[in-house]
Design a protein around this ligand. Structure first.
Ligand code: HEM
Length: 512
């Protein structure tokens, strides 16, 4: 036998022995710890998928999100889906959610499924890394979200007022929700006065880069390599490419690579302009207080690539979040005039201009409206993690769901907030209803309601998003005496990076 074949046989035997030994070690560990598998996702016929099966019932009008809630009703709080390659565990059990996403969840991470797909565009940073790089990234970003940095809501309010001024005053129908984020839709959005999109792009850029992109006026920051609208277009197309890469997993190399690379490069050049400018400003004057996220970064590091990475990742994390929260809330308020009327009376005494952070916290009813909106329509509806090492989930295994579950390294864990936030034992029997008043009676734990995530990776922009959404809703309540719904269709979620209503938010505002 040639030496090639003997080497091949030795290699095959070694690999087989390695996997057999690992399988046995895992089997005995799982047995020693009393682990049992959770219910397996099944269908009544091998010819159908659980999705098809549940969607064929009349209840499942909103598709995948409702499906996930139904699957939990059917298979329990924790169930598994054994795919071709890896095991996937879906859970809405608070103890398991804590084990996966809580402060002690270091055995779970995001890099295995986010990094390879996203790194060519936005490198290794707060959204894509685990361990030391994530820690470093998060601690560099944190100062930009300090209370002192988010307390000044004046720019936000000014830009929002400009948007409000363009809302039709004759109670004609108007779509408040940003449309799909491509250039075509940007053009369409302009025509339809989709103001939240432009307003948020500008306010978000002010926070991140230090000045608005100027998408409405199609202007250019002096010296920047692109005008604001073009940058926004390339950023959104980059995000779309990343979304496709994330969904395609191992097949991500298929697709229009060359085009994506052009968008990524243009975004990099644009961000690098602000990075270089901030480094120069900081070296000229160390003491100048930072007025943007990129400047806050420049005061801590001069690693240009790292700064670009964190800035783009900050942009991705913020993209479309607050406008969707506002838009979903207006959608709900238009259908619940009694809630809007109470909101108006509760915020009538907020007269200071611009509003302060304290003003935005005055009405606990407003806070409950936002909580309830995010409960029903979470802006980020799904969180996922991958087991970085062999680990154990505390509950959900065995016929009664009380045994631990063994999760070998590579297991994917998912928690769907659409399902988590519809747990009747936590939120009451009327989980499908918009009832901000429920929050006066319930106080869900941090692993039962987690619209902003939880644990060490919880949202850095939470206070900022809530404060800004509050300003927007207070201003709407002050300017309009009622909001009429102009669409019979139910809210129907479609997940992109964030989850938006495919039917938009068609309403009419009636001025005071
Ligand atoms: C309604 C608005 C928002 C919601 C519902 C929301 C929700 C979330 C959630 C669920 C996570 C956790 C992701 C994970 O665990 O993998 C997260 C992370 C994050 N969010 Fe937000 N977010 C919002 C607005 C914002 C805004 C406006 C910004 C920035 C300006 C922001 C910055 C971040 C950052 C930097 C992270 C990453 C934290 C980390 O991994 O350490 N978010 N957000």
């Amino acid at each position: 036998m040639s030496s090639f074949y003997s080497t091949l046989i030795v290699a095959i035997v070694s690999v087989t022995l390695f996997y057999a030994q690992r399988l046995l070690a895992r089997y005995f560990t799982a047995r020693r710890l009393g682990c049992k598998p959770p219910p397996q996702l099944t269908t009544s016929s091998p010819a159908t998928t659980p999705q098809n099966e549940v969607e064929s019932t009349p209840k499942s009008a909103t598709g995948w999100f409702e499906l996930s809630a139904e699957l939990h009703e059917r298979f329990g709080s924790t169930y598994q889906d054994r795919g071709f390659v890896n095991l996937s565990i879906n859970t809405r059990d608070a103890e398991n959610v804590q084990a996966i996403f809580g402060y002690e969840s270091r055995g779970w991470g995001v890099a295995p499924f986010r990094l390879a797909a996203m790194a060519p565009f936005c490198g290794e940073g707060v959204l894509t890394a685990d361990g030391h790089v994530w820690e470093q990234s998060r601690s560099l970003l944190k100062p930009a979200f300090h209370k002192s940095r988010i307390s000044d809501l004046s720019t936000f309010e000014t830009l929002f007022d400009q948007a409000l001024a363009k809302i039709p005053q004759d109670a004609s129908t108007f779509d408040l929700q940003p449309l799909l984020m491509s250039l075509v839709c940007m053009r369409r959005a302009r025509k339809l006065h989709c103001l939240t999109l432009f307003w948020f792009v500008d306010t978000s850029a002010t926070f991140l880069l230090g000045e608005p992109l100027g998408v409405l006026g199609n202007t250019t920051a002096s010296g920047a390599p692109l005008d604001g609208l073009s940058f926004h277009k390339h950023f959104m197309l980059s995000l779309r490419a990343i979304g496709i890469r994330l969904k395609s997993r191992w097949l991500r190399f298929i697709g229009p690579q060359k085009e994506s690379v052009i968008h990524w490069q243009l975004v990099h050049e644009y961000i690098d302009f602000f990075v270089n400018r901030s480094i120069k400003m900081t070296s000229d004057d160390h003491k100048v207080p930072p007025t943007s996220l990129v400047q806050a970064l420049a005061q801590q590091t001069n690693d240009r690539k790292f700064m670009r990475t964190q800035t783009i990742q900050g942009m991705i994390a913020a993209a479309d979040t607050t406008p969707l929260l506002i838009s979903n809330t207006v959608f709900l308020l238009a259908r619940h005039p009694e809630v809007f009327a109470r909101l108006r009376s509760e915020v009538a005494n907020i007269t200071s201009k611009p509003m302060s952070l304290e003003d935005t916290k005055q009405s606990s009813f407003l806070r409950n409206i936002l909580r309830e909106s995010l409960r029903l329509y979470p802006v980020f509806p799904t969180l996922a993690r991958v087991a970085l090492v062999d680990t154990v989930l505390p509950r959900g295994g065995g016929p009664d769901g009380s045994s631990p579950i063994f999760a070998p390294a590579g297991t994917r864990a998912l928690s769907n907030f659409f399902a988590l936030h519809r747990d009747k034992s936590v939120f009451g029997a009327n989980v499908e209803e918009f009832d901000p008043g429920r929050w006066e009676k319930i106080s869900p734990g941090p692993y039962e309601y987690m619209a902003f995530g939880v644990g060490q990776r919880a949202c850095l922009g939470r206070q900022k998003a809530i404060a800004e959404a509050s300003v927007a809703l207070i201003r709407i309540a002050q300017e309009f005496k009622s909001i009429a719904s102009r669409d019979e269709s139910a809210w129907c979620g479609e997940q992109r990076m964030v989850c938006m209503n495919v039917n938009g938010c068609k309403v009419a505002f009636v001025p005071t």
